[in-house]
Design a protein around this ligand. Structure first.
Ligand SMILES: *[C@@H]1O[C@H](CO)[C@@H](O)[C@H](O)[C@H]1NC(C)=O
Length: 666
């Protein structure tokens, strides 16, 4: 039997001569596979259990203590105020010269028309990217532009302006005291750390908790994407949350979505349970893929990501009308603007947090309509039937008498057509209900993006890919190589090539060590922040004695394994197969087709080029030292080239044995 002769020449290659041994081997293989399967099943169950989107049903108005108490929405201008949110402005000295002037027009015209009580700017005030769009640093001129807009427009005299930091505002900042921390110098609110702002009116108090999750020290991009809340930050936020119990409504705001914050126990979502909504930005529209990123958390809190000012020129108007929460995401310079505040939207209702019973007791439909020209008509339709024109009460408020009990059952659709003197019209509408029915569901994809804690998802996927990769190459080293039957098929050949790979020390050990290194060793050492050296691992970054937990680094880890390590192994296996048939690089075309050979070499060039680009990217982001001191990026290119050279040229007893075996069977 051929296999028997071969194994004698190889280290630790088991003897597979007898059927009994074969059965034992098969059983061993099965138990390994079952163990791996069980492990994967446990991980999957854990992931599904923790991160699938849950939609609970709530008992309508019953959830709120003042659910059905007066005051009720009526025909007068009372118990209502509104405010704005704008996010991710990214004032840039290099791109989109219209961005800043448009923002100035927003600060003058839009603010003058809407007259919000407060404006929240939720981070990324400046772009802080270099001309090449890869590197990052703070540019004072961008901050000065921002400040000049605020000054020239005199917007700070017209409204309360609360601007907070985003991740771009912390790029390349070693500490809060650094002179480059221009937020301290040029922003309007100049407040770092989380805080509680109370908006007082004669009809109640409204709490706003601003969550500062920006990292300090702030690394350069790209590894400055996730926010952090450590145990101290959490304790502080818990204290702030407890202060809101006397407020009519509470809103939380931050730059980051809760899914891109790495927070200490019990986690940001568990402490904002008393808020009607959590407002944020940061993800823009995911490059246009997700124009709307809204969802609702387990305890009813809405999470409402706002698209960016940067490219999409978005802003949001939010209203509390008789403590019912309404909002609309708007495009800059599109008039008229309509917000229907009573009856409020069923999709965006939060029964535990809003007195939804007031809708049933209300006497009027209430609409806020704004425009640069006078609003001439506000036409209301319900379920397609025209109800009449709402009359202007005061300012933007228009109301229309109605009988809510006509709509007591089921879900209905309200639509408002507003026209202004300039002849422009806007149509807006939403579903509403007065029943205690199951809440309307949000888009599943949006919910996933808003709700899954991505740093954990990425970590789990990375570990899975790593384990599968390691399992395969280690398993083939210790598994008995099966006998060929007659002419081997594709899978038998693939199988054979992996056996050869894992049993060839000069290939197996470098690849095994390199794969392990990706998981445990520093990827690079370099200027994480200008003049501050640090080490980047897949599980986090160490800089200036601080450890920033890994997140996006795991994503890079997944890419590294799937687009470099694994293709490299596959390429080496293919080469080994040809070597076993007697080929050398010069002669290999005799043994294989032009097409398969071409595809393999193109893919080799492809993943080497991809890695070379990663090295270039590293140099542009973290500097020349990082480029040279990067085992996983720059050095791995050299390793790959050395292995490719070796696989075509080496000649030792192992390859000769496999060659002999191959010859016998083909
Ligand atoms: C705000 O809360 C107070 C106290 O609970 C209540 O009296 C008041 O009516 C509420 N305001 C509105 C607009 O419902």
């Amino acid at each position: 039997m051929r296999g028997g002769q071969v194994s004698a020449a190889l280290p630790r290659l088991p003897h597979s001569g007898s059927d009994a041994a074969l059965v034992t081997r098969m059983l061993q293989l099965f138990s390994v596979l079952i163990a791996a399967g069980l492990f994967l099943a446990c991980l999957t169950a854990y992931v599904l259990d923790n991160y699938t989107v849950q939609q609970r049903s709530y008992g309508g108005a019953g959830g709120h203590p003042r659910g059905a108490q007066p005051p009720y929405p009526g025909g007068s201008m009372d118990n209502v105020f509104w405010f704005l949110q704008v996010s991710d402005i990214h004032i840039s000295r290099f791109v989109d010269p219209q961005r800043a002037p448009d923002f100035q027009k927003f600060c003058t015209e839009t603010i003058d028309v809407i007259k919000p009580e407060i404006v929240f700017v939720t981070g990324d005030l400046t772009d802080a990217k270099e001309r090449n769009r890869i590197g990052s640093r703070q540019y004072e001129i961008e901050w000065q532009t921002y400040q000049t807009i605020l000054k020239k427009s005199r917007v700070l005299e017209k409204t309360k302006w609360i601007d907070i930091k985003g991740n771009h505002d912390t790029f390349n900042i070693p500490s809060l005291e650094s002179v480059n921390n221009y937020y301290r110098k040029y922003s309007a609110f100049k407040r770092e750390g989380s805080f509680h702002y109370v908006h007082q009116t004669h009809f109640g108090n409204y709490s706003f908790i601003i969550v500062d999750a920006t990292p300090s020290p702030g690394p350069k991009r790209p590894f400055n994407f996730f926010g952090f809340l450590n145990q101290n930050n959490m304790d502080e936020l818990l204290k702030l949350a407890s202060e809101t119990v006397y407020s009519n409504q509470t809103i939380w705001l931050s730059h980051y979505t809760t899914s891109t914050i790495i927070s200490a126990s019990p986690g940001i979502r568990h402490i904002m349970g008393s808020a009607v909504a959590y407002l944020c930005g940061h993800l823009h529209t995911l490059g246009g893929l997700m124009p709307v990123l809204h969802s609702r958390h387990e305890h009813g809190t809405l999470e409402l990501e706002l698209a960016d000012w940067m490219e999409n020129r978005r802003y949001r108007i939010l209203v509390f009308d008789h403590d019912l929460f309404s909002f609309v995401d708007l495009k800059f310079d599109k008039w008229p603007v309509i917000v229907i505040t009573n009856p409020k939207s069923a999709l965006y209702s939060s029964p535990g947090h809003e007195p939804l019973g007031k809708i049933k007791e209300s006497t009027h439909i209430r609409v806020l309509a704004f425009s640069t020209a006078n609003v001439t008509s506000v036409l209301v339709k319900i379920d397609g039937i025209t109800m009449g024109s709402a009359v202007q009460i005061k300012g933007p408020l228009h109301t229309l008498l109605w009988r809510p009990m006509d709509y007591g059952a089921g879900v209905h659709y309200i639509e408002v057509h507003a026209q202004d003197k300039a002849g422009r019209t806007t149509v807006a509408g939403h579903k509403f209900t007065m029943e205690d029915i199951k809440l309307l569901p949000f888009d599943v994809m949006a919910s996933f993006i808003i709700q899954a804690p991505h740093h954990i998802t990425l970590k789990v996927i990375f570990i899975l890919v790593l384990l599968i990769n390691l399992f395969v190459i280690i398993a083939f080293r210790y598994l008995a190589k099966p006998r060929f039957k007659d002419t081997p098929g594709f899978f038998a050949l693939v199988n054979f090539s992996f056996h050869v790979f894992s049993k060839t020390n000069i290939l197996y050990y470098p690849v095994l060590l390199f794969t392990c290194y990706v998981a445990v060793g520093p990827w690079f050492i370099g200027e994480i922040i200008d003049d501050h050296f640090g080490a980047c691992f897949v599980f986090g970054i160490i800089v200036d004695g601080h450890f920033l937990e890994g997140s996006l680094t795991f994503f890079c880890g997944i890419l590294q394994l799937t687009f470099f390590n694994i293709p490299l192994i596959c390429y080496l296996c293919w080469c080994l197969l040809l070597r076993c048939r007697g080929a050398y690089f010069r002669s290999h075309l005799k043994y294989t087709g032009w097409i398969s050979s071409g595809l393999m070499h193109i893919s080799l060039v492809g993943f080497l080029a991809w890695q070379a680009y990663a090295c270039y990217f590293l140099q542009k982001t973290y500097g020349i030292v990082a480029f040279f001191l990067s085992p996983v990026r720059t050095w791995s290119l050299a390793l790959a080239l050395a292995l490719v050279y070796k696989v075509w040229n080496f000649n030792n007893s192992t390859i000769r044995t496999f060659k002999a075996e191959m010859k016998n069977c083909l």
